[in-house]
Design a protein around this ligand. Structure first.
Ligand SMILES: [Zn+2]
Length: 172
């Protein structure tokens, strides 16, 4: 893994979740198993980030480590939530050389950020991004800190918990 590449991917600000990343050592294994089972079942729409022609909905457990676009042979495959029908259109628009709006450009740039994580980490990135509120920046940070599988799931769990706390839904 290229460390510099991931430093660039990581969000330099809005890093309010960092202090929660030292997950408790004694987190119940039963909880982690439940988290893991839920992440495996999460649906994603995978899309070729280069041509936007190939797209398919997968559950995490169905994702293969290496995905190549059957149309353009690109290895830059991005992932988004399964009901995101706009992103493939945006990618195709860009591929056709049409001008993107500011919002579309933002979504396109994020799609490439996710694609580079998928290219480097494959299914592990898809698993991490199955967490509630885990976007490209949080995923990049979790992957960079990854030590082993248990630690990985603890980090995802903590990121989800922090997301919920930040949103204020935890006690409702
Ligand atoms: Zn393609």
């Amino acid at each position: 893994m290229d460390v510099d590449q991931f430093s660039k991917l990581a969000e330099p600000i809005l890093d309010h979740t960092t202090k929660y990343y030292s997950a408790p050592a004694n987190l119940d294994k039963g909880i982690l198993d439940l988290v893991k089972a839920r992440l495996e079942k999460t649906k994603h729409r995978l899309i070729c980030a280069r041509c936007g022609m190939w797209e398919r909905v997968f559950q995490t457990f169905e994702v293969k480590t290496l995905i190549v676009c059957p149309y353009c042979k690109a290895r830059q495959i991005t992932a988004t939530y399964y009901s995101d029908y706009d992103l493939p259109k945006i990618i195709r628009k860009k591929h056709d050389g049409k001008k993107l709006s500011t919002d579309e450009k933002h979504k396109f740039d994020r799609a490439w950020k996710v694609a580079s994580l998928v290219e480097n980490f494959g299914k592990i990135d898809i698993t991490v991004m199955s967490g509630y509120g885990v976007g490209a920046d949080t995923a990049a940070r979790i992957l960079r800190n990854m030590m082993d599988e248990e630690h990985l799931f603890k980090q995802i769990y903590e990121a989800e918990r922090q997301y919920v706390v930040t949103r204020g839904f935890w006690d409702s």
